[in-house]
Design a protein around this ligand. Structure first.
Ligand code: TUI
Length: 318
């Protein structure tokens, strides 16, 4: 079963499934497993030191001969150095988050690297298209981590209307129904983060995976509005404290308390005082399974949903 779109053609992959570039979570192991499963695996750079990211890229090249990418978090202070290194090493694609990658666009394109920026709004997407983005990843506020303020449901069709390049829908997609919905909205690919956190090959602490599997519909909360960089996480003691600091409008204290907490969660498995970044779709993740199986299920279930809808449409017409 395969869904061919401009995204599969652009990235030379089998399935239009891009893995979210989650810092401290999307390591070479997970990315290679996603790429080997026919999607686009993406190493999450976050604040990773340059040489560590270089090692991760080299490891991914050992683990897969399929295309994979790197996600660059543009707020990181040594972003210029990370970009230089990615240009040296070469990857198939770069996704970007938390800013405008305009400054680097020409360099990536000269090197033959496809650029897929994440945009939480129409205006930014249009700007990014005008400077050469190969596709736009529209990320709704259902997503985990740093988010914008529009939902996937309203952002996706507006992006599809606003730009010519293909749109990838992200945020809240964790099963075949979500994939089919994204396609109904005009997307030609999807980005999935939270469900891949529960891939067997994902190297985060097993307690984090268990917490996601246990998650229910209202278990996430957004903290950090007062910092200008709101972040969706699974509720815990840290989130409660950050929420109180947010209400008291103390952005500096949020930044200080938040530092290092993502690693504390993902590496050490501290579910209490770690930052458990995950999307609302955590509630829809019910098991830990291999990345290739997740991709296969997303695609074949989506095709089944679309076929059923087509039959319904046929029956209605008669
Ligand atoms: O980037 C993400 N998700 C992230 S980044 C991250 S690390 C972090 N931690 C604390 C504070 C800030 C970052 C954890 N999760 N998703 C993609 C994404 N990009 N969401 C929102 C945006 C975005 C926001 C503003 C993209 C562009 C943008 O542009 C503003 C501008 O400069 O025009």
């Amino acid at each position: 079963m395969a869904l061919r779109t401009r995204i599969t053609d652009l990235l030379e992959i089998e399935h239009p499934v891009i893995q979210g570039g989650m810092a401290w979570t999307a390591t070479a192991e997970l990315s290679a497993a996603v790429s080997n499963g026919g999607g686009l695996g993406v190493i999450g750079a976050g604040h990773m030191p340059t040489e560590l990211l270089r090692e991760q890229i080299r490891l991914a090249k050992e683990l897969t001969d399929k295309p994979f990418g790197v996600n660059l978090m543009l707020l990181t202070p040594h972003i210029d150095e990370l970009v230089e290194m990615v240009l040296e090493e070469g990857v198939h694609a770069v996704t970007t988050g938390a800013g405008n990658p305009g400054k680097y666009m020409a360099a990536f394109k000269d090197r033959g690297i496809k650029v897929l920026p994440i945009a939480p709004s129409v205006a930014l997407a249009k700007r990014l298209e005008s400077i050469g983005a190969d596709a736009i990843i529209g990320e709704g506020m259902e997503a985990g981590g740093h988010i914008g303020d529009l939902t996937t449901m309203v952002l996706t069709p507006q992006l599809v209307d606003a730009v010519e390049v293909p749109v990838v829908a992200a945020g809240g997609i964790a099963d075949g129904r979500g994939v089919a919905a994204a396609f109904a909205l005009g997307a030609e690919g999807i980005q999935v983060g939270t469900r891949f956190m529960c891939a067997t090959e994902c190297t985060i602490h097993p307690e984090v995976k268990a917490r996601i599997v246990k998650a229910r519909d209202r278990d996430t909360v957004v903290t950090g509005y007062s910092t200008g960089h709101p972040v969706r996480v699974i509720k815990n003691r840290l989130a409660k404290i950050l929420g109180e600091l947010d209400r008291d409008n103390k952005p500096e204290e949020i930044e200080t308390l938040g530092a290092g907490k993502l690693a504390l969660c993902m590496r050490e498995g501290d579910l209490d005082m770690g930052s458990l970044m995950a999307g609302q779709a955590a509630a829809m993740v019910s098991c830990v399974q291999p990345a290739a199986e997740i991709i296969e299920e997303l695609v074949s279930d989506a095709v089944q949903v679309m076929e059923a809808l087509s039959e319904t449409a046929g029956a209605v017409r008669k």
